[in-house]
Design a protein. Structure first.
Lengths: 302, 138
């Protein structure tokens, strides 16, 4: 589990770095938005007015640097903390303009756990490990701790899906599964996009024309969400559920053009899977490459 | 961090992520969300707020960037809806005009339509209510 945890550190903080860089133009757009539209939420509930432009720019510049450093394991205690604070600030700030998005919640929660328990830095870091903290730590201790952190990350993932499924039943009751709510959601989302000059989803219209697909799709969607905790039962259950969850997100993309990149890339689901194999494969390939390189004859000269 | 604290980590995580179940499901926040986004039955007839550019031949739809200074359609929609609800459609209209440039005419409006029919048929008759017009043009 120590290797899986290290792989998760690389994936989660690496994703956060790329996300922040990719969304920088959108994040900087908030500087020019009318202050009357600002309404601080979550960790920024206390912020009565938009933050100074300099704070946004500084966060947009420093956060990907901190995320990158945390992914590489450099000065991990400091970089991971800085990454979490910066990412949480930027995403909360983005959500404080009248619309709460639900695409970065799990990223922020995963980053928080990885920063609070810095055991993830023990493997595959680019500098001497800051772990263990105490000389009395044994590798068995570290394995126990790593397992607990990976389990906590997995619980956050399946818990989020479960809450989403529960919300459907709490708000609309069992009526949610007859397909009408889904029909109206898909139609509304596409109509709103059309009226606001945004691309619509062709598969959305196709699904609405074939209305017999809606009830089974609704049942499947809510089953994926409410069955999420079963993924904790064992490896086979985890593989089956994560496969269904990825299909679920591709379906959302196809019928509503709503992208959950952290989920679609599988990073949200990675704590449940033997993702460390990816790391060991890369490490083995790297070793082979280096060995091969040292055998190459020198080039140049005459 | 030792012994029982380590073993309780997943339990702490579960309590944290499931804590929104104790809130009203429509009371959303970040990052501990109730995930209410697809849970409500919205019905098929909607009044959607938007902004268009009026032209000689009718109107042209504007992008979220021009409407609200963002590339997020959802955020643009919320921006127009809130401006109409708070009686600030004229202020928003001027903001859009500033982004799009002088010599054009902008209309902040709501369109009431059957969203299912629009998606299935590709077009639908809608009832348009203009809330603000600004700029010069047709």
């Amino acid at each position: 589990m120590t290797q899986r945890l290290a792989m998760l550190r690389i994936l989660v903080f690496g994703y956060a770095a790329v996300w922040t860089i990719a969304r920088t133009p959108h994040l900087l757009d908030t500087i020019d938005l009318a202050p009357r539209r600002f309404d601080g939420i979550g960790p920024l509930w206390w912020l009565g007015e938009p933050a100074p432009a300099l704070a946004i720019i500084a966060a947009a510049v420093l956060t990907p640097i901190a995320c990158g450093a945390a992914a590489l394991g450099r000065r991990y205690r400091l970089s991971s903390l800085g990454a979490v604070v910066g990412f949480l600030f930027l995403t909360t700030y983005r959500n404080s303009w009248g619309q709460i998005f639900h695409t970065e919640n799990l990223v922020a929660l995963h980053m928080g756990v990885l920063a609070v328990v810095p055991a993830a830095v023990a493997r595959w870091s680019t500098e001497k490990s800051e772990w263990p903290l105490h000389k009395s730590e044994t590798s068995a201790d570290h394995e126990v701790l790593s397992s607990a952190v990976v389990k906590a990350l997995s619980v956050l993932t399946v818990g989020a899906y479960f809450v989403a499924g529960a919300a459907k039943l709490r708000i609309s009751g069992l009526g949610w599964i007859d397909g009408d709510v889904l029909r109206h959601q898909i139609a509304f989302d596409n109509a709103r996009k059309e009226l606001l000059g945004d691309p619509t989803a062709p598969f959305g219209a196709l699904m609405l024309r074939n209305s017999w697909t809606l009830a089974p799709a609704a049942v499947a969607a809510i089953a994926v969400e409410l069955a999420a905790p079963l993924a904790l039962v064992g490896r086979r259950a985890a593989w089956i559920w994560t496969g269904m969850a990825v299909l679920f997100h591709f379906a959302i993309l196809a019928v509503m053009v709503i992208v959950f990149p952290y989920h679609l890339l599988g990073i949200a689901l990675a704590p449940l899977l033997p993702i460390e194999r990816l790391g060991t494969s890369v490490a083995a390939w790297h070793c082979r490459f280096r060995r091969h390189s040292t055998r190459l004859p020198p080039t140049g000269g005459s | 961090m030792r012994g029982w604290t380590i073993r309780l980590l997943p339990v702490f995580a579960a309590l944290l992520v499931l804590s929104p179940l104790l809130r009203d499901p429509t009371s959303d926040t970040y990052p501990l969300s109730t995930y209410p986004m697809f849970a409500t039955d919205r019905g098929n007839v909607h009044t959607i707020a938007t902004a268009v550019e009026r032209t000689d031949g009718g109107f042209v739809r504007l992008s979220p960037k021009l409407i609200a200074g963002t590339d997020e359609a959802v955020l643009a929609s919320v921006t127009v809806t809130r401006a109409v609800r708070l009686g600030e459609a004229d202020v928003l209209c001027e903001e859009i005009l500033e982004r799009i440039g002088a010599g054009r005419q902008i209309e902040v409006r709501t369109e009431t339509l059957d969203v299912v029919e629009l998606s299935v048929e590709g077009s639908v008759d809608s009832t348009v209510t203009a809330h603000a017009r600004c700029g010069s043009g047709p």
